[in-house]
Design a protein around this ligand. Structure first.
Ligand code: AMP
Length: 278
């Protein structure tokens, strides 16, 4: 497995590699788990050469202590990538990615204003800045992103469309622990008690899905609020049922629209997100 830390040698290497076949790309922030590895497996299935990046992107953290505490497990990451058959890892420093402070700003309309965007101001602009840079460096044929970050996937699809970037974006299903908790690098920071409660998040949104569409949107939202907030150590930040394409909050059930229910919950100090198609 090739490892690069610098952009120019990486670009030179990939220029040559590109002549030999298609390139699949999986951007990550490291602290890898089976959710990330499933993206590597998809990239390997569809492309001849699989590139993974590991970069904890400072511009997408609106809370600097969250950035500082982001888990770093580089040895284990490289081992997992090697066993998954990843061909190349790009792990730049912050200085390499941001030699100058970034001022780039994007207009995603409603897409980055609701849910995560409302509670984490500037987050999606930071994601867009780094994903654009990474896509321009790696120039993959296909880039793979998890549906775990449903809104991020919608923003990235819009980014690629707006800038007319020559890459196909593929969304991959959420990988869960056996008790239903969506895998996340942040799960490692949960205490034993928080981890037990965190499993309820998926259980509760599954129960909410089963109430639809016979119950009203209002009743389902109240049900989720009550269930989450009455679970020890959990506190609901938001629960939204939205149009899965525009992310506009649904006012009433509409059989013609694909709906997605998205949730953010604090388990103790740790912020977790999940979603389910309804
Ligand atoms: P991150 O390292 O958290 O930035 O995630 C890197 C990529 O892995 C993103 O496209 C995420 O959506 C995806 N991902 C993270 N967790 C999961 C999961 N449990 N299942 C599927 N994809 C995931």
């Amino acid at each position: 497995m090739h490892i690069f830390e610098k952009i120019i040698p990486l670009k030179t290497f990939l220029q040559d590699q590109r002549k030999r076949g298609s390139i699949g790309f999986v951007p990550t922030m490291g602290a890898l788990h089976l959710g990330h590895i499933s993206l590597i497996a998809s990239a390997k299935q569809s492309c001849d050469f699989c590139v993974c990046s590991i970069f904890v992107n400072p511009t997408q953290f609106n809370d600097s202590s969250d950035f500082d505490k982001y888990p770093k497990t580089i040895e284990s990451d490289l081992k997992q990538l090697e066993s998954a058959g990843c061909n190349l890892v790009f792990m730049p420093t912050v200085e390499e990615m941001y030699p100058h402070p970034t001022t780039e700003s994007f207009d995603f309309g409603l897409l980055d204003k609701v849910m995560e965007g409302a509670f984490r101001p500037g987050h999606f602009n930071g994601v867009a800045v780094v994903v654009k840079k990474l896509l321009e460096i790696v120039e993959p044929d296909i880039a793979f992103f998890g549906e775990k970050d449903f809104q991020q996937l919608a923003v990235i699809r819009r980014l690629v469309e707006m800038l007319d970037l020559p890459v196909q974006i593929v969304g991959c299903p959420i990988i869960r622990e056996s008790d239903g908790l969506a895998m996340s690098s942040r799960n490692a920071r949960l205490t034993k008690e928080e981890r037990i409660s965190a499993a309820k998040i998926n259980e509760i949104i599954l129960a909410a899905k089963n109430l639809a569409p016979s119950e009203s949107l209002y009743n389902i939202k109240e049900f989720v609020k009550e269930k989450i907030n009455s679970t020890p150590l959990l506190r609901l930040e938001y629960f939204e049922i939205s149009d899965a394409i525009t992310l506009e909050s649904l006012k009433e059930w509409d059989a013609a629209k694909k709906a997605v229910a998205c949730i953010a919950v604090f388990a103790g100090e740790i912020r977790l997100i999940d979603n389910i198609m309804i």
